[in-house]
Design a protein around this ligand. Structure first.
Ligand code: AHR
Length: 505
């Protein structure tokens, strides 16, 4: 085994941008066991008076998630929000077309919003631009945000919610470019509908922020024309364009899999370039920012999910998208977090998709058993805890290698975050070589008087190691693999490892 030599320079003056804490957002969709048998389980011993599990909520709080996207996802494209409000006993049982399930509407937008706030999160609400349109988007906004004395605000008050929810962030539909989406649209159709919906919504509440639907992934055939065309319609009324990206590992080629964050980086660069092209064409003044509101690894559950939709449809809360993540998935999640931080000047919101049971860091045993942490829980928890402040430009020189589908892959990817308030700087680094350790020297001369607070590492001899209930094989630990001398940190990064190196006074 060789030891790669990696150099990094960080300086408190080399700023990318202040990090918007909403990049540590997540997502809960009415899908599988995310809501029912996930966050909500009235029979569970830890359930509160509203039926929400306290043990799950406590684990969510460990992730410190500032915003949660809701209610979908594909689900939103046939969602009738009116079904989800009012007395629970009067709410309808409906066919849910996106995932071929039964939606009982026991949890709706009021209960969810109240629950999210009690978990320390705001709600990013999506409106249905699949099977519905402008009028319904206006009605749900009036219901949620208008103080009172109108049809829908009074309806909310009659449902027991006197104060408006004041939901600030709204998504104009979901993945409207995807043929799988109910009511999916051409770019012209979506651009016009989103423009008119946005214009109307901002008349009702000018304080809201709107997200225009971007491409569903880097590989969509209409990318990036979709962004270029739709944003020319929506530019004046929206603040963000959405990005979505999931990675699979079908061939089991670990190094190629870990190089996927380079594709994510290129995806973000292209979307920024396209937003700036539209800004120039419109002779505009504002930058469109990015809401990367679905990102994760997703592939383990594909066959089981197809079996449910094809052979066992119309169940209540079936176990869908229950990917059990392994250690290398956690490494890629760490790399994706580093990529988001490197673009902190334009990526202002991001949602790890999703939060509980559905491609999630947090799992509950079916039928109300234990709650447990997947491998991917940890990089997200570390980034959310220590990745607040100013993202600093990573000046890195690292050996590179080629993988099956990627060229010039750096062995080590890293970024640092300076928290001025706490007088701390944190370096997040992944050694994505699965063969070689790396010795990283980090020039930290601008951080005079700092010392190493800790070096946390997530590593495993087995790239495929998974966690389970009462069986945590992959968990972070402290190491003494970093030292600081004369303004230089020297850190040993084991092959295939996620590292959090914290410096402070
Ligand atoms: O997060 C799971 C699904 O992935 C969402 O419903 C959809 O938006 C995306 O395709």
């Amino acid at each position: 085994m060789a030891c790669n030599k990696v150099k990094m320079v960080i300086d408190k003056e080399f700023r990318i941008a202040e990090i918007d804490e909403r990049i540590y957002g997540s997502f809960i969709e009415h899908l599988g066991r995310a809501v029912y048998d996930g966050i909500y389980s009235p029979e569970h011993p830890t359930a509160d008076e509203h039926g929400f599990r306290n043990d799950v909520k406590e684990m969510i709080k460990e992730l410190n998630v500032p915003i949660i996207r809701y209610p979908g996802g594909n689900f939103v494209s046939s969602f009738n929000w009116e079904d989800s409000v009012g007395p629970v006993s009067e709410r309808p049982r409906r066919l849910e077309l996106a995932w071929k399930s039964i939606e009982e509407n026991k949890v709706g937008l009021n209960e969810f919003t109240k629950w999210a706030r009690s978990a320390g999160s705001d709600v990013m609400m999506a409106v249905n631009l699949g099977t519905r349109g402008i009028a319904d988007a206006c009605n749900i906004l009036e219901y949620c945000n208008h103080p009172g004395n109108t049809k829908y605000s009074d309806l909310r008050i009659s449902h027991g919610y006197k104060e408006p929810h004041n939901i600030k962030t709204w998504c104009l539909g979901n993945e409207m470019d995807g043929p799988w989406q109910l009511g999916h649209k051409t770019m012209e159709e979506y651009g016009r509908l989103a423009e008119e919906t946005a214009r109307a919504m901002k008349i009702i509440d000018p304080s809201i922020e709107l997200v225009s639907c971007g491409s569903s992934s880097l590989t969509m055939p209409t990318f990036p024309d979709w962004e270029a065309v739709t944003l020319q319609h929506t530019y004046d009324y929206v603040d963000y364009v959405s990005m979505h990206q999931y990675y699979g590992n079908g061939k089991g080629d670990s190094e190629d899999f870990l190089a996927c964050s380079d594709d994510m980086d290129q995806f973000i660069r292209t979307v920024i370039a396209t937003c700036d092209y539209v800004k120039a064409k419109k002779r505009g003044k504002k930058d469109i920012k990015i809401s990367f509101d679905e990102w994760n690894v997703w592939y383990h559950s594909n066959a089981a999910d197809n079996d449910i939709t094809e052979n066992h449809p119309w169940q209540v809360a079936p176990p869908m998208l229950e990917d059990i993540y392994n250690f290398e998935d956690a490494l890629l999640v760490g790399l994706m977090l580093i990529t988001l931080l490197k673009h902190a000047d334009r990526v202002k919101m991001a949602c790890l998709a999703q939060l509980v049971n559905v491609i999630a860091p947090i799992m509950t045993e079916a039928g109300g058993g234990a709650v447990w942490k997947q491998t991917i829980f940890y990089p997200f928890m570390h980034a959310s805890a220590f990745g607040r402040g100013t993202a600093l430009l990573p000046v890195i020189s690292s050996p590179k290698f080629d993988t099956a589908t990627h060229a010039d892959v750096t062995a080590v990817e890293a970024v640092s975050v300076y928290n001025e308030e706490k007088d701390e700087v944190t370096i997040f680094a992944v050694n994505r070589s699965i063969k070689d350790d790396a010795e990283m020297t980090i020039d930290v001369r601008s951080f005079e008087g700092y010392r190493i607070l800790e070096h946390i590492v997530l590593e495993s001899d087995d790239l495929l190691a998974e966690n389970g209930p009462f069986n945590e094989k992959v968990a972070p630990k402290q190491t003494s693999q970093s030292s600081l001398d004369g303004g230089m940190v020297t850190s040993l990064l084991h092959k295939a490892s996620w590292n959090v190196i914290r410096l402070g006074k």
